[in-house]
Design a binder for this molecule. Structure first.
Ligand SMILES: NC(=O)c1ccc[n+]([C@@H]2O[C@H](COP(=O)([O-])OP(=O)(O)OC[C@H]3O[C@@H](n4cnc5c(N)ncnc54)[C@H](O)[C@@H]3O)[C@@H](O)[C@H]2O)c1
Ligand SMILES: O=c1ccn([C@@H]2O[C@H](COP(=O)(O)OP(=O)(O)O[C@H]3O[C@H](CO)[C@@H](O)[C@H](O)[C@H]3O)[C@@H](O)[C@H]2O)c(=O)[nH]1
Length: 438
């Protein structure tokens, strides 16, 4: 099939590359010319496991193309995927500026019938607006069939998730469009959920906000565990084994971040307020999440008797989660600002996110190329991302490189047993502190 994908970010690029891998001819369009040049040369502008390999293979097979020219990119396409950003607007709702621009731009270049597929996460009702607007401005004898096809990939495992998703959601009122979409996705062999446009849009928000709810729930339980001497890892394991609850997304820590959970939770809360149906659970989910990052910093400051002025803090991990270079919504941003504002120095390490971190962290942060470089003579280490190399770091090296052996683990990377019997002071989330000195 001849496909265009508009927007080559985490979603658009992975979608385009994977659709070409299963045999389609795909042209990815982006207004960012530098990005397009990078992609044409076979380099991925984002860090995603397995992506660059597939990118290069399919460019060589001549079925994956990149352009910033709409006319060239849209020529003779049967299906157009929309995958531009829908960031959080000033009032908390999803900002549809990019999407609206694309929709009015593409109309000028449509010369044949087409299926228009929205992958971007959009508020309920958006696809109906798209459909109405396009019908209003498009050439009358053209058929533009609109499909909502929300994306569920996770950053860091985006290629894997595309080929191994739990389900594909297709929303449309148009049977022919549904058939075309089912044909495109058949090679993935993933169950398809078919619904109307509005329900498809709602499935995306309900999924993300439910997962965010699980995380805030376990974080709230974790905080209570600390007060009453229980261990949240055991609690999560114990409740997760109940198949009605399920064990995933019950990892306590410094709260959820990223480009999706915070903004999508905000968008649905804003939508609820707009239709006069306040989302009480989600407001609490958001409140718990915002507090969670602060709790870790409060714990550090308290341990230093109320002041971290002139202390040096080693931060291990900056990205919002492991296996990505994305800093959008990363808890490290809030943590770094608070630490710098409190008068301490930061030596930071992340295996891939440093370049992106430089534009969002305070300018005072010093970046190191190795874990040892960050630990070197620091007063304590703070773990903010559970990168494999951090989780597997030999704990004796904390002792060797820090000026005082103390670790604050915001991701519960280590088992408590590892620190029992050592002389390293270890604080984590929702679990008893080990070797606490005061
Ligand atoms: N990042 C994720 O893991 C993820 C997962 C599921 C859904 N989503 C949703 O998918 C959408 C895209 O997210 P993302 O993270 O890939 O965004 P992104 O910001 O990484 O990428 C968006 C891309 O669109 C391009 N763009 C903007 N305006 C354009 C235009 N007029 N024409 C062509 N290209 C244009 C930008 O240059 C950029 O490359 C959002 O709605 C998001 O909520 C994201
Ligand atoms: O038990 C958990 C699981 C996750 N997180 C945190 O939650 C955030 C989001 O993690 P994850 O969901 O793995 O990453 P995303 O790439 O943001 O993916 C989410 O957001 C995407 C964008 O909408 C969706 O497509 C995915 O299905 C959804 O999982 C990160 O900060 C994680 O550290 C936890 O704190 N505890």
């Amino acid at each position: 099939m001849n496909i265009a994908v508009i927007g080559t970010g985490y979603v658009g690029l992975v979608t385009g590359v994977c659709l070409s891998e299963i045999g389609n001819d795909v042209t990815c369009i982006d207004i960012d010319e530098e990005k397009v040049e990078t992609l044409r040369s076979g380099k991925s502008p984002i860090y995603e496991e397995g992506l660059e390999e597939l990118l290069q293979t399919n460019i060589q097979r001549e079925r994956l193309h990149f352009t910033s020219n709409y006319e060239e990119g849209l020529a003779a396409k049967e299906v157009i995927f929309l995958a531009v950003g829908t960031p959080q607007g000033a009032d908390g709702s999803a900002d549809l500026t990019f999407l609206n621009t694309v929709c009015s731009d593409i109309v000028k270049y449509l010369h044949n019938d087409v299926v228009l597929v929205t992958k971007s996460t959009v508020p309920i009702g958006t696809n109906e607006h798209i459909k109405a607007n396009i019908e209003r401005i498009a050439v009358t004898n053209l058929s533009v069939r609109v499909v909502s096809n929300p994306e569920f990939l996770r950053q860091g495992s985006a290629v894997y998730d595309t080929f191994n998703g739990d389900r594909i959601v297709l929303g449309s009122e148009d049977d022919e469009a549904m058939e075309i979409m089912e044909e495109i996705y058949r090679p993935y062999n993933i169950p398809i959920v078919k619904t109307d446009l509005r329900s498809a849009e709602m499935i995306k928000y309900a999924s993300n906000t439910f997962l965010a709810t699980k995380i805030s729930f376990i974080n709230e339980i974790a905080n209570l565990c600390e007060h009453v001497g229980a261990n949240v890892d055991d609690v999560a394991n114990g409740i997760g084994m109940d198949s009605r609850i399920g064990g995933r997304f019950l990892k306590a820590g410094i709260g959820y971040g990223g480009s999706c959970f915070p903004k999508d939770t905000n968008a649905i809360i804003t939508l609820g307020n707009r239709v006069d149906y306040p989302m009480f659970i989600l407001e609490s989910v958001q409140y718990v999440n915002e507090k969670q990052t602060d709790l870790l910093v409060d714990k550090i400051i308290k341990r230093f008797s109320g002041s971290i002025e002139n202390k040096t803090i080693a931060i291990l991990g900056l990205a919002f989660k492991a296996n990505t270079d994305d800093m959008r919504g990363a808890p490290s941003i809030q943590v770094a600002h608070r630490i710098i504002d409190a008068g301490a120095k930061i030596n930071a390490y992340d295996p891939v996110a440093v370049e992106n971190a430089k534009s969002v962290l305070p300018k005072e942060v010093n970046y190191e190329r190795t874990i040892e470089g960050a630990l070197n003579q620091a007063n304590c280490a703070v773990i903010l991302t559970d990168w494999k190399e951090i989780k597997e770091y030999p704990i004796s090296l904390f002792r060797q490189h820090l000026s005082y052996p103390m670790v604050f683990d915001g991701r519960n990377c280590f088992s408590l047993e590892k620190f029992n019997g050592s002389d390293i002071e270890y604080h984590s989330v929702g679990r008893p502190a080990i070797n606490r000195q005061n």
